[in-house]
Design a protein around this ligand. Structure first.
Ligand code: DGL
Length: 281
């Protein structure tokens, strides 16, 4: 098979990476995509970075065994824990990772105060420290880990009072300190942008990095002559999904979060490796 005809691989701890897949479908509609949700381990955010690194390596091996030509780490936490390590371990594989969009936020802010919402592991990682050091330049960053928010989004509670309460707790004190920009440093959070925007009001800009990540994936494919230009027609790329959690939960959320679906397979962790368990549903 021509390398260009191979699929892209995308992974996250759960449904969060679907916010990145959505942008990739816009940017690269002809590409086939394999999406892996590690819902057997979600949330990643409170776990030690070493543990998330081990999960990420096994998932990358699994996706590469399915023949993926490029891997998008559609998870800020996994990128913080493993992006550098994955690039070293698989030097021939192009990886696209995520880091909180502190640079564009620091360029945009007029008030000089920016809110960053991300998981504890993302805030602890070297990647975050490095973007802060390189780009912050006198801007005040207010950080919040939004405990419980990933779980609410995994449960499909995008506009419930519990979800609103978590966001109010995070955002009200930031508003009182004058934020005019909010950085979404977790790929789950774009699914609650309507709620966030309602709380912060129209004067505060909410930054979702997914379109920039999709553009970077397109650039890497083009540079490596791996773009699937043979395919024709709108959205002709096929989607396939894998979860290490419950298939029914994932299937239920897929049309709502992504607006389309595809076959889903259940995968099981056995001695730190991934094994496909069931035929697609
Ligand atoms: N979606 C993830 C991220 O971007 C992980 C959230 C979690 O599992 O805690 O950080």
């Amino acid at each position: 098979m021509q390398p260009s005809a191979l699929p892209l691989g995308i992974f996250d701890s759960g449904v969060g990476g679907l916010s990145v897949l959505r942008a990739i479908r816009q940017q690269l509609p002809h590409e086939d995509v394999l999406y892996f949700a590690d819902q057997g381990h979600v949330p990643y955010g409170p776990r030690p970075l070493e543990e998330v690194r081990a999960f990420s390596e096994a998932i990358a091996r699994f996706l590469l065994a399915q023949g993926t030509k490029l891997i998008v780490v559609a998870c800020n936490t996994a990128s913080a824990a493993a992006l550098h390590y994955l690039r070293q371990t698989f030097p021939d594989v192009p990886f696209v990772g995520m880091e909180p969009a502190v640079k564009p936020a620091a360029e945009y802010t007029q008030s000089g105060v920016v809110g960053v919402l991300a998981t504890p592991a993302t805030f602890q990682g070297a990647l975050y420290a490095s973007v802060v050091e390189r780009f912050v330049n006198g801007v005040t960053l207010l950080q919040h880990t939004c405990p419980g928010l990933v779980g609410q989004i995994e449960a499909g509670n995008l506009d419930r009072p519990e979800t609103r309460a978590i966001l109010e707790d995070a955002l009200r004190p930031m508003l009182a300190k004058g934020i005019d920009t909010v950085v979404l440093g977790c790929t789950h959070y774009p699914f609650v942008i309507p709620l966030i925007q309602e709380i912060v009001g129209p004067g505060v800009r909410v930054l979702d990095p997914a379109p920039a990540v999709a553009r970077q994936a397109a650039r890497l494919l083009e540079a490596g002559k791996m773009l699937n230009i043979a395919a024709a027609g709108p959205k002709s790329g096929k989607l396939r999904f894998f979860t290490s959690g419950e298939q029914e939960d994932f299937i239920r959320l897929l049309p709502r979060l992504l607006g389309e679906d595809g076959p889903l397979e259940r995968v099981c962790w056995i001695e730190n490796q991934l094994v496909v368990l069931s035929p697609p549903i």
